[in-house]
Design a protein around this ligand. Structure first.
Ligand SMILES: Cc1cc2nc3c(=O)[nH]c(=O)nc-3n(C[C@H](O)[C@H](O)[C@H](O)COP(=O)(O)OP(=O)(O)OC[C@H]3O[C@@H](n4cnc5c(N)ncnc54)[C@H](O)[C@@H]3O)c2cc1C
Length: 464
């Protein structure tokens, strides 16, 4: 049995035993009380609030975006790491802490979070509410699957502690709630031992069947710490297997002049320092730089890389182009879709003929349990399987065919799921065949009866 399981209950409520990083819990309590009273002031109605966490949101910018028009609730002051308990391998932190900062702090203790999303400025709160995963997800599920307690400010201004044993229904529904149920104000989550470097082995496959077989076998064997893949084309599919190591004969770096995704095309192995591994896609925001080709040229990167490279810079610049986007009828497709592993090859064959956009980033993902926000119908059709996240970043859309809608329909047909961070085209009927209407309604009644926060379908179900 995982030794952590026995110590979890001891840890909860014993924050004074560990090491405080930046602040006292009093300060945290004051911040939370200020936020709770700001929520209570909203109880008399008005337009629903959106959560403003400071920094760059990782919602895909859309023309005529209506998702963030409500009055902001500013949670940006909640950005401290409260405690790292090395002995129990647990961390307590506020939701605005970014994974970039978190990894630096936990690595000083030889530990890292179980799941570290690949972009440095993704925050803990956003990772839970917006469903972040990454290359350790084949073993640990989503980041939220490593969380053991949340503090939440509800839509009535109540401060609730929830965990698998206390207010368990609230605890389970915060994942994938997209800021529609309440505010996460503190998270407690598990850490795992890490080493200084990551060794990567790249295995090239020539067809999807062979790639899928090798990826599934690697997930099953569990011999590696990290598994993901980059499909450069239908006959160049690279499975990336990573392991923590203490020593490295050399180290590569993809934070400025060199481009990570391109390196996987040529190399068969590589060594990276651990933080550089976690954020290997950050400089390009995966391959967003491809939309401005000079940004992939070394002299240009040398001259202006500090201003333009990095996911936050790139997303900021793309937001500044919102006005131009509005001229385009249909924005490019930027979307993560999750397919049950037994439908992945079928999806891929369809993708090659109808989408034909590469690279395609692949992340195997094993949810730790059935999520209660999923409809019973979809959960039954999916079964308890490995999922394959296919991340499509930047497929050009067209006037003739809306590729975003086409993708959504195909994923639904194959019992998959897509995240809600981009365009969505659902009718209420289809949406509630995917999401669990009664569990969501019960959580909404319990946490936000006055509708201080928006409704999930109304805010995100149909965003075109
Ligand atoms: C180009 C791009 C690349 C991406 N790459 C990756 C990747 O490599 N790996 C990965 O795992 N994910 C990736 N994502 C998805 C990303 O993980 C999610 O979008 C995540 O939700 C972003 O979190 P954030 O901290 O930026 O929060 P935001 O984008 O600001 O918010 C996300 C959602 O969380 C809610 N929220 C934020 N804070 C709180 C809080 N304190 N309490 C309650 N709700 C809150 C917001 O209301 C919103 O609905 C990518 C997204 C994009 C657009």
């Amino acid at each position: 049995m995982d030794p952590l399981v026995d110590t979890r209950s001891l840890f909860l409520g014993l924050l004074s035993e560990g090491e405080y990083m930046n602040q006292s819990t009093d300060t945290h309590a004051h911040k939370v009380e200020r936020l709770a009273s700001a929520v209570r002031e909203r109880l008399d109605g008005g337009s629903p609030a959106h959560i403003s966490k400071g920094g760059v949101p990782h919602f895909v910018p859309l023309p005529r975006d209506r998702r963030r028009i409500g009055k902001p609730l500013d949670v940006s002051s909640l950005d401290e790491i409260v405690e790292i308990d090395s002995r129990r391998r647990l961390c307590v932190a506020e939701p605005g802490v970014t994974f970039g900062r978190l990894v630096k702090a936990t690595l000083a203790h030889g530990l890292v979070p179980k799941v570290v999303p690949e972009l440095e400025d993704i925050t803990l709160g956003g990772a839970v509410a917006g469903c972040s995963i990454e290359s350790m997800s084949f073993r640990y599920g989503g980041f939220h699957d490593s969380c053991i307690e949340y503090e939440v400010v509800t839509g009535t201004g109540e401060v609730l502690i929830c965990s698998p044993s206390k207010n368990a229904d609230v605890f389970e529904m915060m994942h994938g709630s997209y800021g529609t149920l309440g505010l996460l104000t503190r998270l407690t989550f598990e850490l795992v031992p890490a080493k200084r470097y990551v060794r990567l082995d790249y295995h090239t496959h020539r067809n999807i069947a062979s790639f899928n077989e090798a990826m599934s076998a690697a997930c099953e064997a569990g011999e590696h710490d990290f598994i993901d893949g980059i499909i450069h084309s239908p006959d160049k599919l690279v499975l990336c297997l990573g392991s923590f190591v203490d020593h490295a004969p050399y180290v590569s770096n993809y934070r400025w002049l060199n481009i990570y995704y391109k390196s996987t095309y040529q190399r068969s192995e590589d060594y990276l320092e651990t933080p550089d591994y976690f954020f290997r896609y950050d400089a390009e925001c995966h391959w967003m730089t491809r939309t401005v080709p000079p940004l992939e040229w070394k002299p240009v990167r040398l001259a202006v890389g500090k201003v333009f490279l990095g996911s936050s810079n790139l997303i900021k610049w793309s937001r500044r182009l919102d006005k131009l986007l509005a001229l385009k009828k249909r924005p490019d497709v930027v979307c993560d879709v999750f397919l049950p592993v037994d439908r992945f090859v079928e999806f891929f064959d369809w993708y090659v003929s109808d989408f034909d956009f590469f690279p395609l980033w692949i992340v195997p993902y094993k949810p730790a349990k059935k999520y209660p926000w999923l409809s019973e119908e979809l959960a039954a059709r999916q079964g308890e399987k490995l999922f394959i996240d296919c991340a499509i970043y930047g497929k050009r859309n067209s006037e003739a065919v809306d590729y975003s809608k086409l993708l959504e329909d195909k994923v639904f047909e194959l019992n998959g799921l897509k995240t809600l961070i981009s365009r969505n085209h659902y009718t209420p009927e289809r949406f509630w065949r995917i999401y669990n209407r009664s569990n969501y309604a019960a959580a909404k009644d319990r946490l936000d009866p006055n509708k201080v926060f928006p409704d999930l379908y109304e805010s995100l179900g149909r965003v075109e």
